[in-house]
Design a protein around this ligand. Structure first.
Ligand code: ATP
Length: 342
C-alpha cells in the first residue's frame, strides 16, 4: 500500500468529524472519497495533506509515518474547489511557483511550464493573469500547478463542483487522461456519484465521519453493502424482506441469514423488466422520456417502483404490466436507515 490512513479520529470540540477511519491508496490508483455534505471528506483530505492536525491515528506514505511533517514538506499536489491561483501572478508564474520556491533554475522552470501548458491544452496563456481566464481554464492551471513539482500524491478537493455541466464533463475526462498518463496516485473528494463512478479505480463511500464501504465503482453500484450506499450510488428500489416474502418469494434465494428487519432488497431500476399485461399486478403511474432512456414509475405489490429502459417505451399511464426480476439482480443490503437517520 502506497498511502494509508490508519484509525484516524478528528474532533471539533465535542463533534466527531472523523471516527476511526482507515483507508489506503495503491501506487497509480485514482481513489474517490464520496459522501454527502458534512460527512468528513474534506477533513480527511486535509488531514492527509497535513493542513489539519490529527487527534489520533496515523498517515503513512510508502510505509513511513507522516506525523509531524508539515504540509509543504509532504510533496503533495493539491487542487481546491475554488480557483486558488495567485491573482497577481501570470499563469506561467503560477504554474512555476512550486519549482521557484525549490530554487529550480529559471530555464528548467520555463521548459516545465511550457510542457505543462501543452499538457493542459492551453499553450497560449502563459502571460495572462488568472482573472482573464474562464473557471474551467483556471482549474486546468491549478491542476498544472499541482503537478508541476511531480507530487507524490495528488489531492483534489471537489475541483469540478464550481464549473457548469459541459465544462465539468470535459475537465473530468482530461483529469482522468492526465492521471493515467502520469500515474500519480490521486485522491479526489466529491459528493457527485456520477463523477466518482466515471473516474475512480476505487470509491470510498463515507457517511457521518466513517467509511461505510470501499470498492470498485462496479462493486459499490452493483453490490452496495448498506441502504445508505445503495441510495447514494444511484436510484434504488429498496424493498422490505417481508414484502418480498409475500409477493416475490423467488427472490429470497440469495438473502443472507438474519431477521427480516436486518436486510432489505435493493433492485436497480434497469434490472426490472416490464411487459404490458392486462392481468399484471403493477400499474404505470407515469412515464418520463429522457431521450436515451425512459423512467417509468409503477405502483405494484412491491410498493412504488422506478424502472428504467433504454430509449422510448410503448406504454401508457394507467396500463397494467407484469414484472420480471432476476434473483441475481436482487441485492440484499444491510438496513442502516435507522442508524443513519439518528
Ligand atoms: P462538504 O462536501 O460540505 O465540504 P465534507 O464531507 O467535506 O462536506 P467536512 O468539511 O470534512 O465535510 O466537515 C465535516 C464536519 O465537520 C462538518 O459537520 C463540519 O461542519 C465540521 N467541521 C469542519 N471543519 C470544522 C472546523 N474547523 N470547526 C468545526 N467544525 C468543523
Amino acid at each position: 500500500m502506497y498511502l494509508t490512513v490508519r484509525n484516524a479520529t478528528k474532533l471539533y470540540g465535542s463533534f466527531t468529524a472523523l471516527d476511526d477511519v482507515s483507508i489506503s491508496i495503491e501506487q497509480g490508483e485514482f481513489v474517490c472519497l464520496l459522501g454527502p455534505s458534512g460527512c468528513g471528506k474534506t477533513t480527511l483530505l486535509r488531514l492527509i495533506a497535513g493542513l489539519t492536525d490529527i487527534d489520533s491515528g496515523e498517515v503513512t506514505l510508502e510505509g513511513e509515518s507522516l506525523s509531524g511533517l508539515p504540509a509543504r514538506k509532504r510533496g503533495f499536489g493539491i487542487v481546491f474547489q475554488s480557483y486558488s491561483l495567485f491573482p497577481n501572478m501570470t499563469i506561467a508564474e503560477n504554474i512555476g511557483y512550486g519549482l521557484k520556491i525549490r530554487d529550480t533554475p529559471v530555464n528548467q522552470i520555463n521548459t516545465r511550464v511550457t510542457e505543462l501548458l501543452d499538457l493542459i491544452k492551453l499553450p497560449q496563456i502563459a502571460d495572462k493573469f488568472p482573472g482573464q481566464l474562464s473557471g474551467g481554464q483556471q482549474q486546468r492551471v491549478a491542476l498544472a500547478r499541482a503537478i508541476a513539482v511531480d507530487p507524490r500524491v495528488l489531492l483534489l478537493d471537489e475541483p469540478l463542483s464550481a464549473l457548469d455541466a459541459k465544462v465539468r464533463g470535459d475537465l473530468r475526462d482530461e483529469i482522468l487522461q492526465l492521471q493515467r498518463a502520469l500515474g500519480i496516485p490521486t485522491l479526489m473528494v466529491t459528493h457527485d456519484q456520477e463523477e466518482a463512478l466515471a473516474l475512480a479505480d476505487k470509491i470510498i463511500c463515507m457517511n457521518q465521519g466513517a467509511v461505510v464501504q470501499a470498492g470498485t465503482p462496479k462493486e459499490l453500484y452493483q453490490k452496495p453493502a448498506t441502504r445508505f450506499v445503495a441510495d447514494f450510488m444511484g436510484t434504488s428500489n429498496l424493498i422490505k424482506t417481508e414484502v418480498i416474502r409475500s409477493f416475490m418469494p423467488e427472490l429470497l434465494g440469495m438473502r443472507p441469514e438474519g431477521d427480516d428487519e436486518l436486510y432489505d432488497a435493493c433492485i436497480r431500476p434497469e434490472a426490472i423488466k416490464i411487459e404490458p399485461n392486462v392481468n399484471g399486478d403493477a400499474l404505470v403511474k407515469s412515464i418520463g422520456f429522457l431521450g436515451n432512456l425512459s423512467k417509468i414509475k409503477l405502483e405494484s405489490t412491491l410498493g412504488d417502483l422506478i424502472v428504467e429502459v433504454h430509449g422510448a417505451i410503448d406504454l401508457e399511464e394507467n396500463q397494467n404490466v407484469s414484472l420480471q426480476i432476476n434473483p441475481a439482480d436482487c441485492n440484499w443490503v444491510l438496513n442502516d436507515a435507522v442508524e443513519t437517520a439518528s
